[in-house]
Design a binder for this molecule. Structure first.
Ligand code: COA
Length: 297
């Protein structure tokens, strides 16, 4: 789909995207690149990084890949520094790296819980921590008039509760809290905007194939009136909005990009029936003698 944004909305900016070699992260890398940014992607798998970088370069995007695991502090530090050394500045950090698997809480070991917390929650903070020096106004490669921006990708799992996702829901809740707290502190002190995006189920992503294998898709949809799959493009457009000047007054917000799914409830009454029922209830209560308890109507 064609982007509604002008092709230069992030021109001259440098973006570092963790998990940028595949899925949503790769689409954000691609769209940021198509809109003028230079792209550094961080990921654990060399092959995935290499093919993502050549795909970006084939579109004329300046791109580089750095191997690293966000769980390792030394990797986070090295990749942030390498990005700065390569491009001479850092404007946008996108924390997209995530780990996930379906497991019932009683079958999840504390180490399994910790693993996802380490990737999603601690990894996000570690990257922010290392990037701060380059993102703050007046930092290396940056004028004293403006700071950079951070986007943290979370989810909607923790807004209510999600089956077999206690570890991920806890991690995403921590990410959203980190987003708001850094927005407060770093917004005030360094002019850095920190926002989040909470995607719903997005088609053709590693997350979707792990969490909703095709055999359970149709069944779960029956219970979700608003169920629709989003596209990676939808998340990338939200990211462009937040990272560009279009979002210059947005700080500490998590944009939910899920088509309204998290609000979804099964429809307990058809729309036609509600009109009938509501009118007959009204009529009964109007006609009832004063003082008759509702239970007797
Ligand atoms: N069910 C239950 N426990 C699981 C599990 C599963 N499907 N997969 C991993 N675990 C547990 C392991 O048993 C281990 O705990 P233990 O030591 O108590 O046995 C712990 O999690 C760590 O597993 P390990 O395989 O050593 O971790 P890893 O670092 O190699 O991989 C994962 C990390 C598990 C998150 C892996 O799925 C991953 O790398 N994911 C990245 C990609 C991804 O998930 N993308 C989707 C994003 S939405």
């Amino acid at each position: 789909m064609e982007s509604p944004f002008k092709a230069d909305v992030v021109k001259g900016k440098v973006a570092l995207i963790t998990g940028g070699g595949s899925g949503i992260g790769f689409e954000i890398s691609t769209q940021f690149g198509k809109h003028g940014a230079s792209i550094a992607i961080m990921g654990r798998r060399k092959q995935v990084l290499d093919s993502a970088v050549s795909a970006l370069r084939s579109l004329g995007i300046q791109a580089v890949g750095f191997e690293g695991d966000v769980r390792k502090h030394e990797d986070a530090k090295r990749v942030v520094e390498s990005t700065f050394q390569h491009f001479g500045r850092l404007d946008i950090l996108v924390n997209g790296a995530a780990g996930n698997f379906l497991v019932s809480a009683e079958d999840l070991s504390p180490n399994g819980f910790r693993t996802v917390m380490d990737i999603d929650a601690v990894g996000t903070f570690t990257m922010c921590y290392e990037a701060l020096k380059y993102l703050k106004k007046g930092g290396p490669g940056r004028s004293s008039s403006g700071g950079g921006t951070i986007l943290n990708i979370s989810a909607t799992l923790h807004y209510t509760a999600s089956w077999y996702q206690v570890h991920v829901a806890a991690a995403k809740a921590a990410i959203d809290a980190t987003t708001r707290n850094l927005a407060l502190e770093w917004g005030a002190d360094y002019d850095i905007r920190v926002n989040g995006i909470a995607p719903g189920p997005i088609d053709d992503t590693p997350g979707m194939s792990k969490l909703a294998p095709s055999e359970i898709n149709s069944k779960s949809r029956d219970y979700m009136p608003l169920y629709k799959l989003g596209d990676k493009w939808d998340i990338a457009m939200a990211a462009l909005y937040l990272a560009s000047d279009a979002g210059k007054f947005i700080n500490g917000t998590v944009i939910i990009a899920d088509g309204g799914l998290w609000l979804s409830r099964p429809r307990h009454l058809p729309k036609d029936a509600v009109k009938q029922l509501s009118r007959s209830v009204e009529k009964r209560s109007r006609d009832a003698p004063v003082g008759v308890p509702r239970s007797k109507l």
